[in-house]
Design a protein around this ligand. Structure first.
Ligand SMILES: [Zn+2]
Length: 484
């Protein structure tokens, strides 16, 4: 009897979902009052927010803030002070032990067939070279596969030059295609006896500003020094290589200081009815050391702080808690994301949604999601609310960003406001990641989108269906891959 009822209920439920998906007459999932408030949030944010003010506060106070650096510590203090001043509750830092690596001196030159200076920068986590530098003949390859097809005799004793071009795309997909060269190239080259690695920067500009980013050394393979060439310098090496043998010398003064203490910074806008249920808004507080970390990811920090602040300032707060987390160590270890997952394991079943903002400061173009299938009508209605802000590119293949992607293991529904990233990779991870690259109006639009998402998620009577058990698997990891 009970089983018959269960089947009837599940059939009824499926029919209701089908109605919502296909029936023009299906009732909206978002209650009228919630929709009205969301629309007014959107309109007021669209005409101006304080998001870029928070970005400026972070980067002018802390500057570059790689884990373990003085800037990292200053950014923790800034986060605590700012969230408290803005009226967040439960503001605190949660200890994280993260890799502490420093860059040191960097020089590069072509020594034969003709002398040329090279603009390069160490990949994050690279070992240093001997103080006098490392000099060897260069072997050029276009990809990891091309290297794998080489004989050990061709590679041994040489510097492997990975000359893979990144495609400029509006959604940043070119990064995912190219970045494995940066993360895996050093160990793959070392396994064939190479003594060093140079890569064409994973970027889309033509400046002499090389793009750093982390590499991952494999266990059991010698660790060799690895650096990124600026794109014009990669072009030079490509031209010279066409004419015959090329020799390069480079010096990297990188040092590894093991683990050092840093922190995730957290603040809540407590819910009115179900404060134990959480909508998590994440952005990473750390940045690479070369620039100011304005677009990566000062922008995301400014967006989520401002979106939560706007909701906290409403006459009536939503029923669930909106939590802001400024995550530690996204760039070179993901230790902050792992610490949050471990420290809040008991609370994760009550996380109804997580969204990460980590794709720069470009305008919104859509929305991506990863949740159970019955969440689709609600997702579609949220996407429709966001549509006046920009594009309507809605994708159900979202994996969140690097800082929230692990929450898939607990089934937490994951979201991203998609953004125009067509210029993001001109500046990403370079000394050119500075405040002037932020257009406050575009950041306001992203803030509006995140505020609408967070408000609706925290207000609707029924939260999103969790990610089904069979889809609770980690996406392939390339370290700092931005939200999809
Ligand atoms: Zn980032």
């Amino acid at each position: 009897m009970r089983r018959v009822l269960a089947i009837a209920l599940s059939l009824g439920c499926a029919a209701a979902v089908a109605d919502r998906l296909h029936g023009a007459t299906a009732a909206p999932v978002i209650p009228a009052e919630t929709r009205r408030v969301a629309e007014s949030l959107r309109e007021s944010a669209f005409t101006g927010t304080r998001a870029s003010e928070w970005v400026r506060g972070l980067i002018d106070t802390a500057g570059p803030r790689l884990s373990g650096s003085p800037g990292d510590k200053a950014a923790i203090a800034w986060g605590l002070t700012t969230l408290k001043a803005l009226g967040f509750a439960n503001v605190h830092a949660e200890k994280v032990m993260a890799p502490h690596w420093e860059r040191g001196v960097e020089t590069g030159e072509v020594t034969a067939p003709h002398p040329h200076k090279l603009f390069l920068t160490a990949l994050g986590g690279s070992v240093g070279t001997p103080e006098s530098g490392l000099e060897a003949e260069v072997i050029e390859v276009g990809s990891l596969d091309e290297l794998a097809a080489k004989k050990e005799a061709d590679v041994r004793g040489k510097i492997v030059f990975f000359n893979k071009r990144m495609r400029r795309t509006a959604d940043g997909a070119g990064y995912g295609e190219t970045v494995p060269v940066r993360s895996k190239g050093a160990s793959q080259a070392a396994a064939l006896g190479a003594v060093g690695v140079l890569i064409r920067s994973v970027g889309t500009d033509s400046n002499r500003t090389p793009h750093t980013g982390s590499l991952r050394y494999e266990e059991g393979v010698p660790k060799i020094p690895a650096a990124a060439l600026s794109i014009p310098d990669a072009d030079l090496l490509e031209r010279l290589d066409r004419d015959g043998k090329v020799r390069v010398r480079f010096t990297l003064g990188c040092r590894d200081f093991g683990l050092s203490e840093t922190a995730n910074v957290i603040g809540d806008i407590p819910g009115r009815g179900n404060p134990e249920e959480i909508v998590l808004l994440a952005a990473h507080r750390d940045s690479w050391d070369l620039g100011e970390g304005a677009i990566d990811d000062g922008a995301g920090c400014g967006v989520i702080i401002e979106a939560a602040r706007l909701i906290g300032a409403l006459p009536k707060r939503p029923r669930r808690t909106i939590r802001v987390i400024l995550v530690a160590n996204e760039e070179n270890g993901l230790a902050g994301a792992k610490a949050y997952e471990a420290d809040h394991a008991a609370e994760l079943p009550r996380h109804v949604a997580a969204l990460e903002s980590d794709l720069g400061a470009g305008r919104p173009t859509g929305f991506s999601w990863n949740a159970g299938p019955s969440a689709e009508p609600l997702v579609r209605e949220i996407a429709a609310l966001l549509e006046p802000l920009g594009g309507n590119d809605v994708r159900s293949t979202g994996a969140g960003g690097a800082d929230i992607s692990r929450l898939v293991l607990a089934g937490v529904p994951l979201f991203t406001v998609r953004q125009d990233a067509s210029r993001y990779f001109d500046w990403h991870h370079t000394s050119n990641d500075t405040f002037d690259k932020i257009e406050p109006e575009e950041l306001d639009q992203v803030t509006a989108a995140v505020a609408v998402f967070a408000y609706v998620s925290a207000s609707v009577p029924e939260p999103f269906e969790k990610i089904p058990v069979e889809r609770r698997v980690l996406p392939p990891s390339d370290g700092d891959r931005p939200p999809r």
